[in-house]
Design a protein around this ligand. Structure first.
Ligand code: NAD
Length: 263
């Protein structure tokens, strides 16, 4: 028996070729779920939907800007209309740009919060409303970041936006438990996706030492994240809510072992 047979899943930020959203959509499709792929990038979403169908699952592609309440509501309504309900929300759409405080504009700050924090709130609210109405519980998984709890220079806006998601997850886990809706968070570490490329070369360079410091000795890929999302969405996790699953190759576990001095 597949773990998510006939479950209806809405994945935001599902368009990106090597992205976490697409990897989760495909992993859940393999477990029997029907997938609504939402993203500001409609063409990428159409491609993800095509790949989902190759896994013999049903899929729709929806263009939705996570920062706009009306587009978010429409995405949830379209999912319910297409598949007759909504069981799992994967809140994943996000952006990053790396700048020091002095160069950080008000627009940078606002855009980061509009997508990374307000967008998560809007999707949580619209999805919870639909789940409560249908009365069979549900699952919300917020893709946060180790940056929610581990500060970093040149990304205070990104860290703060993800810290908001961290607290939102725990608060909503408490608030929605009585409706049978579990709310959890996945905090990826360094994962090789387009977000790194789009964030700017300086940050990409700054990450190299971080990858070297990662105890498991390699950067992660989206395929490292997807199975955790499948687990949290499935009945195997039926007693897990308000949790933060860190997937970072050990990066935030503590100090790495000292390296021998080079002679
Ligand atoms: N890659 C990493 O190292 C890493 C680490 C920690 C957390 N994350 C988080 O994982 C999530 C996915 O990122 P990714 O690494 O797959 O990056 P990605 O750039 O490959 O994917 C992000 C997706 O979000 C979409 N998006 C951006 N703005 C949007 C908007 N306004 N409305 C709808 N969709 C929008 C993009 O089009 C893209 O498809 C993000 O929330 C990111 O912050 C990534």
């Amino acid at each position: 028996m597949k773990k998510l047979q006939d479950t209806v899943v809405l994945v935001t930020g599902a368009a990106s070729a090597k992205g976490i959203g697409r990897a989760i959509a495909l992993a859940m499709a393999r477990e029997g779920a029907h997938i609504a792929c939402a993203d500001i990038n409609k063409n990428g979403c159409l491609q993800t939907a095509r790949l989902v169908r190759k896994e013999k699952a049903q899929a729709i592609a929806l263009r939705a800007d996570a920062a706009k309440a009306d587009e978010v509501q429409k995405a949830v309504d379209s999912t319910v209309a297409a598949f007759g309900g909504l069981d799992v929300l994967i809140n994943n759409a996000g952006i990053a740009c790396f700048k020091n405080l002095i160069d950080l504009s008000e627009e940078d700050w606002d855009r980061t919060f509009q997508i990374n924090s307000k967008g998560y709130f809007l999707f949580c609210r619209a999805a919870a409303k639909a789940m409560i109405k249908q009365g069979r519980g549900g699952v919300i998984i917020n893709i946060s970041s180790i940056s929610a709890t581990l500060a970093g220079a040149m990304k205070v806006h990104y860290c703060a936006s993800k810290a908001a998601v961290h607290m939102m997850t725990q608060g909503l886990a408490l608030e929605l438990a009585s409706a049978g809706i579990r709310v959890n968070e996945i905090s990826p570490g360094s994962i090789e996706t387009n977000i790194i490329k789009n964030a700017g070369i300086r940050e990409a360079l700054a990450r190299i030492p971080r990858v070297k410091r990662t105890p498991l000795g390699r950067p992660g890929t989206a395929a490292d994240i997807a199975p955790a999302a499948v687990f949290l969405a499935s009945d195997d996790a039926s007693f897990i809510t308000g949790a933060n699953l860190v997937i970072d190759g050990g990066l935030t576990a503590g100090q790495p072992a000292p390296q021998p001095l080079e002679s």
